[in-house]
Design a protein around this ligand. Structure first.
Ligand SMILES: Nc1ncnc2c1ncn2[C@@H]1O[C@H](COP(=O)(O)OP(=O)(O)OP(=O)(O)O)[C@@H](O)[C@H]1O
Ligand SMILES: [Mg+2]
Length: 165
């Protein structure tokens, strides 16, 4: 059976951040979000919104060189932002602390999840960003597991009910 999916157009950076905030407002500490899309597709900008929506006032920067950033949230523990782009091999992958981030002590948002073939086997919400034009991105969400299906429906309802306005 095809997993449920939703697609939206994000027509400027601010809309991508707002969409991220909408997701962040609904994430729980055991949620895993896998962010796919090419270089410059907008994954880090979406994450800025997600972390802000979860209640962190910290500035989100790309964790490209340190792989994992941890953000303290006002009310809900921590969230992890992971970027696997520069992971060279399975030995390095095993050394960066990803297992700890995936233990469910904080929501985990991962850029370049394709670098770890095991991730797609875990229950998760998959989000893919595609460049349409200079400022326009297509975003597709696909759920993998019942919690992600519930989460995706809640994001859709929140977005359609004016979170994007
Ligand atoms: N609607 C949009 N949403 C997000 N980014 C946009 C949008 N329109 C233009 N941009 C530009 O696209 C780029 C997105 O950069 P970002 O770092 O978020 O991408 P990324 O997917 O994380 O890339 P990487 O794979 O290199 O980490 C930025 O330069 C941003 O200004
Ligand atoms: Mg990035």
């Amino acid at each position: 059976m095809q997993e449920p999916s939703q697609t939206y157009i994000l027509s400027e950076i601010s809309q991508t951040i707002t969409f991220g905030r909408c997701i962040g407002a609904l994430l729980q500490q055991t949620d895993l979000v896998l962010l796919s899309g090419g270089l410059g597709a907008g994954k880090t900008h979406l994450t800025k919104g997600i972390i802000a929506g979860m209640g962190s006032s910290d500035t989100v920067t790309s964790p490209t060189y340190i792989f994992i950033n941890e953000y303290r949230l006002a009310s809900r523990g921590v969230a992890f932002h992971v970027d696997l782009y520069r992971v060279e091999d399975s030995r390095e992958l095993a050394s960066i602390g990803l297992d700890d981030a995936l233990m469910g002590h904080g929501a985990c948002i991962i850029e370049w999840p394709e670098r770890d073939p095991m991730l797609k086997n875990m229950p998760h919400l998959a989000i893919t960003l595609t460049v349409q034009s200079d400022h326009t991105r297509l975003v597709t969400m696909q759920s993998h597991g019942p919690r992600a299906t519930t989460l995706m429906a809640a994001i859709n309802a929140r977005w359609q009910n004016g979170a994007h306005a």
